[in-house]
Write a protein that binds this ligand. Structure first.
Ligand SMILES: [Zn+2]
Length: 308
């Protein structure tokens, strides 16, 4: 090979290397949505796949669904670098133990201080309430967050940068969402959106939830990939849909409660009938009556204390 052609080959190789590096930087992580069984409330666990490692956002409720999620994680053949939690309901954190056990190195679990506190405080009561219902499907061990993050804190794993945003009480007693930065910005919004499902309103913060949905529409209006806690992925129109659902639910409870702080059994039956007629295709019907008294009390309290 002449010196000139050697020089040309060298330049060509350098150009290839530079192009490869630029392309590598622009590759967006792949997000795998793993949806649980109906018994596991069809909750979504998300595996965010980088070039060399994985980050999981939320997990699963039951033992079987956790095994299925772990199988998907392990099939990718890359180390699990971290687990991020959006809020402290068991359908999102029960599966953490099954994901982190028997790993070559410990897997850190991140949440805001408020989310971590709700999990620590409420876990035993949730177990008492739901283990009899789920039996052996309720995991005997639960793992709590061991790394607390501040509102706005950035975390980078394998070149993938996430930012946590604190929301406060809404669908649960403490909610947050995780934004994934990069050329294709995305957000994991937990149960701010239950797409295609009736809403869980039993923590009694539906007014704050509506305000957070307004905020999310503003902050994430341009984001094309909104990953909800339940149901299919969508864009920011999911927030509008959830707002309409919650408004309809609150309007029906308000009309039925007739000034009382609770609904009678016939009133609950009427609520179920009205919500099912307005939203015939949604799953998790049992949630309609579950939150009825709590929302009636929330609405009555707001009437009694209009300045709250
Ligand atoms: Zn959920």
């Amino acid at each position: 090979m002449s010196p000139r052609s050697r020089y040309t080959s060298l330049v060509f190789l350098i150009l290839l290397f530079v192009r490869g590096t630029v392309e590598a930087r622009n590759i967006s992580p792949t997000v795998h949505q793993v949806t649980a069984s109906a018994q596991g409330l069809s909750v979504n666990g998300y595996i965010v796949e980088g070039r060399h490692g994985l980050v999981v956002v939320d997990s699963a409720l039951t033992v079987s669904d956790t095994k299925a999620l772990r199988a998907r994680v392990d099939a990718l053949g890359k180390p699990l670098l971290a687990i991020l939690l959006t809020h402290g309901h068991p359908d999102h954190y029960n599966g953490v133990s099954g994901l982190v056990k028997e790993r070559p190195s410990p897997v850190p679990v991140f949440a805001t201080a408020a989310v971590a506190r709700v999990i620590r405080t409420d876990d035993a009561a949730k177990q008492r309430q739901w283990q009899p219902v789920f039996g052996a499907e309720w995991p005997s061990e639960r793992t709590f967050p061991d790394h607390e993050v501040r509102d706005g804190q950035k975390m980078t794993f394998d070149g993938m940068t996430f930012v946590v945003h604190e929301l406060g009480p809404s669908e649960s007693h403490a909610d947050s969402y995780w934004e994934l930065l990069g050329p294709e910005r995305a957000a994991f919004v937990g149960d701010q959106v239950l797409n295609g499902s009736h809403a869980y309103t039993n923590d009694g913060h539906t007014a704050a939830w509506l305000a957070h949905l307004e905020r999310l529409s503003r902050e994430l209006g341009a984001v094309k990939r909104i990953y909800p806690g339940h149901g299919p992925v969508g864009d920011a129109s999911l927030f509008t849909w959830e707002k309409q659902y919650l408004t309809a639910y609150r309007t029906e409870v308000e009309a039925l409660r007739a000034g009382a702080r609770q609904l009678s059994e016939p009133q609950k039956k009427a609520l179920i009938a009205r919500m099912k007629s307005a939203y015939p295709t949604l799953t998790n019907d049992f949630m309609i009556a579950l939150g009825a008294d709590t929302v009636a009390t929330e609405l009555a309290t707001a009437h009694e204390n209009p300045t709250l």
